[in-house]
Design a protein around this ligand. Structure first.
Ligand SMILES: Cc1cc2nc3c(=O)[nH]c(=O)nc-3n(C[C@H](O)[C@H](O)[C@H](O)COP(=O)(O)O)c2cc1C
Length: 159
C-alpha cells in the first residue's frame, strides 16, 4: 500500500509535540493525538517503540502533550525527523521554551495549548506503544493550531 492509499495519510491530524523529561534527559517529538472521552480528560498517543520518547514516558510515567501553533511547521519537521537518543533536540534546534514547574517537560514557545498528562494505561501494538494519559494540568494560549494532512501542513479557518 502506498502512502497515498493509506488512511493515515487521508486523516487530518492535529499536530502535537510530545515532550518528556526524566533523570537528566529530555526529548521532544512530533506526533498526533486524540481524546478518548468527553467525560474525562483522557488523551491517547501512539509512540514508536524503543525511541527515546517511549523510554522517557515509561520511566517517568508522564508526558506533556503540546498542541503545535501555526508557526511550528519547521519545528514539527525538525523534531519529527531527528532521534533524541544521540542529541538534545532543545539545544540542537535552539528551541525557546516557556517556564514550567520543576519536573515538568519543556514546552516550546508559540504553542496553541499544552496538557501535562499522567500515564493511565499503555499497550503495545505492532511496534508502537499506545499511551492513554490523564490530563492533570492544562493551559490554552489562544494561539491558532497547526494541522497535518497528506504530507502538508494547514491552519484552521471557520467555514
Ligand atoms: C506530522 C508528523 C506526525 C508524526 N506522528 C508520529 C506519531 O504519532 N507517533 C510516532 O511514533 N512518531 C510520529 N512521528 C515521527 C516522530 O516524530 C519521529 O520518529 C521522531 O524523530 C521521534 O523522536 P525520538 O526518537 O526522539 O523519540 C511523526 C512525525 C511527523 C512529522
Amino acid at each position: 500500500m502506498s502512502s497515498k492509499d493509506n488512511v493515515f495519510y487521508w486523516l487530518p491530524c492535529s499536530v502535537v509535540f510530545v515532550s518528556t523529561a526524566h533523570g537528566g534527559k529530555r526529548d521532544i517529538m512530533t506526533a498526533t493525538a486524540m481524546f478518548v472521552s468527553e467525560k474525562e480528560p483522557l488523551m491517547v498517543i501512539s509512540v514508536a517503540k524503543d525511541h527515546l520518547t517511549e523510554k522517557l514516558i515509561n520511566q517517568s510515567g508522564k508526558f506533556t502533550l503540546i498542541i503545535a501553533g501555526q508557526d511550528h511547521r519547521q519545528l514539527a519537521m525538525q523534531v519529527g525527523s531527528t532521534k533524541g537518543e544521540a542529541t538534545d533536540k532543545f539545544e540542537k534546534f535552539s528551541i525557546p521554551t516557556v517556564s514550567q514547574p520543576g519536573g515538568n517537560a519543556p514546552v516550546p514557545e508559540g504553542a496553541a495549548a499544552w496538557m501535562v498528562c499522567d500515564v493511565e494505561s499503555s499497550q503495545d501494538i505492532k511496534g508502537y506503544r499506545l499511551f492513554i494519559g490523564r490530563v492533570v494540568d492544562q493551559h490554552d494560549t489562544g494561539a491558532p493550531p497547526l494541522v497535518w494532512q497528506k504530507d502538508k501542513y494547514f491552519g484552521l479557518k471557520p467555514v
